[in-house]
Design a protein around this ligand. Structure first.
Ligand code: PLP
Length: 498
């Protein structure tokens, strides 16, 4: 990082001088601006070897403070090469996400305010802005007014809290007596499809329910939960004395972005009085686009819904939202107010720490509020709509080529596909094995160019390439480039194998 300021060291006591703060602050914003301008020249995937960064850093802390100029120079020299650039427009791996300028400003201000939003009085702004921003988001997504929102860091944590609230509703005094050493406790069951995200498994493990408490329901040929199989599993469990209490449906699964049939699943839940939690971590943002709102159909009857603005709403990591219809149960599961946190207004206000395991909470609502205000509902919808258009365009190229095939429907901005050239093989499993090796080599070939990044999954036992579009900077040019890179790699690998 080029800094013009003379060596600036910390004064003997107190923080940085206001002159240095102002100067480095301006230089840092200039640096970030240059970073975005020059990012396409950087390799998307970090090119360092494991341990390389650690080996270049001193093993012990400096005795005396160092100059800000030296620290920032090391960001350039050491940190940037060790970054995988999630904000690169050709980052197509996992779920592509992105930060945005108003989001960065929101983070900067939140760091400056450094509020711990544990009680209303420790941060009225954070507490009340959170309620307002989440209600705006709820309206933009077309969700039911009976849902109240709360911000956590990640969807993993949001879902864990939802399952904890659902368990609290079972009235088995688990909060008071726990689950261990209790002969009176039946096996409690949660249901999710075999395509559900691993965070559901982890939430169940964390809550002490044990992995056997999670029953995986089969999916159909398009990777959607089979509601008939769900109903049958619940009925079988009940006959065996097991107590079902929660179903997790997914709108936008991680591997393929498949959409579980929530309207049919909610019927099953209502019939058996089970809590329905819907994981829309990725796809929920698409509901801000009016023509995609049908994707959250049935969610108006759900008990809780998680959505991640840090995935596809241009919000810097982290910010996950849990919408819940039974905030009283969430509160009952987690509220605990020791004397030192008692306040005169506590009965009249909401305090974030009553709704989760964290006491102090970051002022995350600020960045979301700024993003919604800066882009507006229309602006957010336009960007998501464009990502879906690009995914459809890429899909037409895959479908139009004899060398490639689609492996899952493309409801939004994720394309699952593979190269499928003619290969000699004794049977279908042998052919798939050869294609797995080929596709893995194509993916590593593309990724090692540094010009784009893809990730993979397995679908019906086939290695599947995933192209996810969700970065605010991604344009048609980048999607065309990665298609060319894929075809170059295929050609290269074919010629070396012939
Ligand atoms: N749920 C789904 C459907 C996801 O795709 C993911 C991550 O990709 C998660 C949950 C976990 O998200 P987080 O990293 O916010 O915990």
């Amino acid at each position: 990082m080029k800094t013009t300021a003379a060596d600036a060291f910390a004064p003997p006591t107190g923080d940085m001088s206001k002159e240095d703060f102002r100067r480095f602050g301006h230089e840092l914003i200039d640096w970030i601006s240059d970073y975005f301008e020059q990012i396409e020249g950087l390799p998307v995937l970090s090119q360092i070897e494991p341990g390389e960064l650690k080996a270049q850093l001193p093993p012990s802390p400096p005795e005396k403070g160092e100059s800000m100029a030296a620290i920032l120079a090391d960001v350039d020299r050491l940190i940037v090469p060790a970054l995988t650039h999630w904000v690169h427009p050709s980052f197509f791996a996992y779920f592509a996400t992105s930060t945005s300028a108003p989001g960065i400003f929101g983070e900067l201000l939140a760091a400056a305010f450094d509020n711990k939003a544990m009680l209303w009085r420790t941060s009225p702004a954070s507490t009340e802005l959170e309620e307002v921003a989440l209600d705006w988001l709820r309206q933009m997504m077309g969700l039911d007014a009976g849902l109240s929102g709360i911000i956590y860091d990640t969807a993993s944590v949001s879902s864990m809290h939802a399952i904890a609230a659902a368990r609290e509703g079972v009235e088995l005094r688990i909060r008071e007596e726990g689950m261990s050493g209790r002969a009176d406790l039946p096996l409690l069951r949660v249901y999710a499809s075999e395509q559900a995200h691993s965070s559901i498994d982890k939430g169940i493990i964390t809550l002490g329910l044990g992995q056997r408490a999670l029953r995986k329901i089969p999916t159909d040929s398009e990777f959607r939960m089979d509601p008939k199989a769900l109903a049958a599993a619940i009925e079988e469990d009940k006959r065996n004395g097991i107590v079902p209490f929660c179903v997790v449906a997914t709108v936008g699964t991680t591997s393929t972005s498949s959409i579980d049939p929530v309207p049919a699943i909610v019927e099953v839940c209502e019939r058996h009085t089970l809590w329905l939690h819907v994981d829309t971590a990725y796809a929920g943002s698409a509901a801000v686009v009016p023509e995609f709102r049908h994707l959250v159909a049935g969610c108006e009857r759900a008990d809780s819904i998680v959505t991640n603005p840090h995935k596809w709403l241009f919000t810097p990591f982290d910010l996950s939202v849990l919408y819940c219809r039974h905030m009283d149960l969430l509160r009952r599961a987690f509220s605990l107010v020791p004397e030192y946190l008692r306040t005169p207004e506590q009965e009249k206000v909401r305090s974030g720490s009553d709704y989760g395991i964290q006491l102090g909470r970051r002022f995350r609502a600020l960045k979301l509020w700024m993003i919604i205000r800066y882009f507006g509902h229309e602006g957010l919808a336009a960007r998501i709509r464009e990502h879906c258009r690009l995914a459809k365009l890429f899909t037409t190229w895959v479908e139009g080529s004899p060398d490639w095939e689609l492996l899952a429907p493309v409801p939004l901005s994720l394309v699952c596909f593979r190269a499928c050239p003619q290969v000699e093989a004794a049977d279908e499993p042998a052919r798939n094995l050869r294609l797995d090796v080929l596709n893995e080599a194509i993916m590593h070939g593309v990724n090692s160019t540094g010009q784009a990044l893809l990730s993979h999954t397995k679908l019906h036992d086939k290695l599947t390439l995933r192209l996810s579009i969700g970065n605010i900077r991604t344009t048609e040019k980048h999607v065309r480039q990665v298609w060319e890179l894929l075809n170059e790699q295929l050609k290269l690998l074919r010629s070396t194998r012939e």
